[in-house]
Design a protein around this ligand. Structure first.
Ligand code: SF4
Ligand code: SF4
Length: 469
């Protein structure tokens, strides 16, 4: 069982540092010990006539060993049932993220607009690159280079994207390029995830050194406190001291914060008021609520760069039968809506194949028009009752078990709609209380979602997908 669990997760591509090594190690030790004991027992001469003769005993010993090995192999393989029921169907129904017949007019599209990134002095491409899917491409280094060649000049990454591989391939792709023409943003994270509040200054600085090494650069332009969920973490004196040290050493130029938690408003407002941050990255897509628009305006007015993420509002556009005709232009309409807000500096979107480059960059510098609005309205109709606003959190108080409903539904979105299954599984594995808790619950959350999401059903579905059965 232990070996099967380990192999299952390793095959899925889960970051090895996150898979406990003890169960497979115990398995191997006990299997070797039982084989040795069986052999020793079989080699002992028969003590008296009531025991089996030596040769027969030897054969029995080997039969026991063989039976043990076959049994262990069967149990090991049985742990792959989740892989068979979850990943194999998902592989068969790959998330289609691009039009199989891209429009002629999209070909060779490139960045047409640069916008100021707050007070940093850097002009950033309106459509910029997230990096969590770069490694899905069979030749990620060449692929990243081709994204940059089309004018994208801002890359957002993190030490824990694709198990450190995102930073590594970016480092190879930018080697030899004009470093000054590129804005590199990473996160205060280790390879295992966010650095928690209260960690030492040295921990932060060591994490940054790791990023610099993988990125093959002397400095990063921006370091975010990633997915910041509390004001205490936002203002942790240790992270700010670490930043000042890194800045004085020329290893980091600007400080940022990213947030999409239920505390988004509180965290974002505190970040603006603190005057300690140069850039804010937050979930922003068509259908944003008024306070969010106010936050973005105030951040821009305070000189902060505003980077929009999660701009495709769940990215379900390729998977809806009734939306086939509009799916081609949805991403472009969604991007134009985000960029129609002059307070937004740029948006980041993950590219994973060549068609993305043509499709996404076609929206660069283009205004939002009526046909775009019609596409977005239809999309909203289609996703009603299934899209969770990760930053909403209205349902959280209805759960006596404190299940992080919005986080789990966000990870389900990564799995189902973003095609980022490994990252989704890793993130889900790191969640303290998962959706297994819902199995025996009477569901007091039943009517808690104003969007009409059937929370328990969606969570159980998420658990089935994200825990590999
Ligand atoms: S399930 Fe509904 S109430 Fe809960 S966070 Fe998502 S959108 Fe908000
Ligand atoms: S069904 Fe799950 S999310 Fe809903 S109240 Fe029960 S434990 Fe919480």
């Amino acid at each position: 069982m232990g070996l099967g669990g380990y192999l299952n997760e390793a095959i899925e591509g889960v970051d090895r540092s996150m898979i406990p090594i003890l169960p497979p190690a115990l398995f191997i030790i006990s299997l070797l010990a039982s084989i040795m004991l069986s052999i020793l027992w079989a080699r002992q001469p028969a003590a008296d006539l009531t025991e089996q003769p030596g040769r027969r005993k030897f054969l029995l010993g080997w039969a026991a060993v063989t039976g043990g090995v076959i049994g262990a192999a069967a149990v090991t393989v049985s742990r792959f049932s989740g892989w068979a029921s979850t990943t194999v169907p998902a592989l068969g129904a790959q998330v289609t993220t691009t039009d199989p017949n891209p429009h002629e007019s999209w070909k060779n599209s490139h960045i047409r607009q640069l916008r100021p990134l707050g007070s940093t002095g850097f002009m950033v491409s309106d459509i910029s690159a997230g990096s969590s899917l770069f490694t899905s491409h069979p030749e990620p280094v060449e692929f990243i280079a081709s994204v940059l060649d089309r004018g994208v000049n801002y890359i957002d990454t993190s030490p824990d994207y694709a198990g450190t591989r995102a930073e590594t391939v970016i480092g190879k792709a930018i080697a030899g390029r004009d470093r000054g023409g590129l804005f590199l943003a990473t996160k205060w994270c280790t390879t295992a995830g966010h650095i928690r509040q209260g960690e030492s200054v040295e921990t932060y600085l060591a994490a940054l050194e790791g990023s610099l090494e993988r990125l093959g650069t002397d400095y990063v332009d921006l370091v975010h406190i990633h997915s910041c969920d509390s004001v205490d973490r936002l203002l942790d004196p240790n992270v700010h001291e670490a930043f000042e040290i890194a800045k004085s050493q020329g290893k980091a130029r600007f400080m940022g914060v990213s947030t999409h938690t239920p505390n988004l408003e509180e965290v974002a407002n505190a970040a603006i008021n603190s005057k300690k941050f140069d850039v804010m990255m937050l979930a922003y897509h068509h259908g944003a609520w008024k306070n969010q628009v106010d936050i973005i305006d105030r951040a821009a007015a305070a000189g902060m760069g505003v980077v929009a993420m999660k701009t495709l509002k769940g990215a379900k556009h390729r998977g809806m039968v009734e939306f086939r005709e509009e799916a081609d232009s949805y991403s472009q309409a969604a991007f134009k809506w985000v960029l129609a807000n002059p307070s937004v500096s740029c948006l980041v979107i993950s590219f994973s194949n060549t068609q993305h480059i043509d499709e996404y960059l076609y929206a660069s510098g283009k205004p939002l028009d009526k046909s775009d609005i019609a596409v977005l309205d239809k999309y909203n109709e289609q996703i009603a009752g299934t899209h969770c606003f990760a930053h909403c959190g209205e349902c959280l108080s209805s759960c006596p078990e404190a299940v992080p409903i919005n986080d789990i539904l966000r990870h389900r979105m990564y799995f189902e709609n973003y095609g980022d299954q490994k990252q989704a599984i890793e993130l889900y594995a790191a969640i303290g209380k998962n959706a297994n808790t819902c199995t025996t619950c009477a569901s007091p959350c039943l009517d808690a979602c104003p969007e009409g999401i059937p929370i328990r059903k969606r969570l159980l579905g998420a658990h089935q997908k994200l825990s590999l059965g």
